[in-house]
Each structure stands twice: as structure tokens, then as C-alpha cells.
Design a protein around this ligand. Sequence first.
Ligand code: DX5
Ligand code: ZN
Length: 220
Amino acid sequence: MIQLVPSILAADFSRLGEELQIIEDAGVKMVHIDVMDGMFVPSISVGLPVISSIRKKSSLCFDVHLMVEDPARYTKQFAEAGADIITIHAEAAKHLHRTICEIKTMGKQVGVVLNPSTPLNVLDYVLDDLDSVLLMTVNPGFGGQDYIPQMTRKISELSAIIKERGLNVNIEVDGGIKLSNVHEVIEAGANWIVAGSAVFGKDPSQNVKEFHKIFQKYQK
Ligand code: DX5
Ligand code: ZN
């Protein structure tokens, strides 16, 4: 199932609740929340208090992308704050398999994120345990960057591995995805499409509808 996962990084934080309501009313089911610690990536974004406060207002599925060093330190707190999916960077986790197991034990969905230069083979022994793999299609840390074209081949290769192993793992893509290039990532095998600036631009509701119109062509 193809899902649009708007990233709140590009939303107007002074009216976050309202922005979430607008995308939910337009038919979105999941929202992407970028947590940046100023160490793993240069920026600092939002954290636990923001997630707990929007959790009280929104029934969207919260997809929490942890761009933090040693994410095992925080998974429990993000689970308690209201994350539904917790996604950790392979590059930042000291004991990736252990942390994946801990997230699952808390009853949450778990994803692993790879930076653009990280090869797919780091997933080899953990893929069976995952609900999703998030492929960064820009270098993490900022919204509004350009899609890295080599990532299309990475998506296709991951899709082939998942099929070959008969797994049911969602392929999420994040960074530089717009109405103009979303076809390319879907055709390569991505099904959770994160988009920040392409959704929270001038008219989020209309932008969501445009994405959904494209998705319809691919839904079986
Ligand atoms: C970047 C973040 C992204 C970002 C995407 O580090 O992980 O989720 O919000 O923004 P756009 O869609 O504008 O590239
Ligand atoms: Zn993200």
C-alpha cells in the first residue's frame, strides 16, 4: 500500500495542530516526525514534549525518525510519548539488533534508516525483524534538499532483496521527493513516501490530493 507520509519539519510550527488536521482531513494516515539532536546531524528540531502534545490531538500514525546518536538511550521515551513507528539510523546505533528487539518488545513498529552512502548489506541480518527500511534520498539534517539520483538504484536493489527473501517490509524514502519525481521512487519499489516541502507548501490539502492522484495509478 502506497502511503504519503508528510514530514512536519516543513510545517508551520506555530500552528502544528491545525496543519496535522488539514493533512488528516485530506486523507493522510501517517505523519513523519524528524527528531534531530545536533550531534548525529547538525540541526536540532523537535523532541519528546512536542510529540506528547500532538499525540493528544491527533490519531495519525506517528512515524518517528530518530536522527540521534546512540538512539537506544531514547526509544522507551519516544514510545511512551506516542510514537507508533520508531526508526533508527544504522550509523548511529551501537547495537542495532538489540535496539530493534527492544522497540518491538515495546509493541511498536520498527524501522532502520540508511544514509545515502551506507550500503544495503548492513541490513542483511536484521531485515527479517523490520517493519520498514527508510532510505535517505538526501543527506539527513535539512528539509528542502535535492533528491540524489543514485538512490533510485538503491531502492530497486532493496526491493529485489525483499522480494527474493519473501519478506513483507515497507520501503520508505525521505528527502527531495516531489510531485515531479515521486513516480521514479514508486516504480523503483518505494511505498512509504515522505515529503516535507512538497506537502507543507502553499496549499497542503491540495498537495496531498495531487500526490494521492498519482498513487491511484499504482494501487492494485
Ligand atoms: C531530512 C529529513 C526529512 C525532511 C524531508 O533530514 O529526514 O524528513 O523533512 O524534507 P523534504 O521533503 O523537503 O526534502
Ligand atoms: Zn526524516
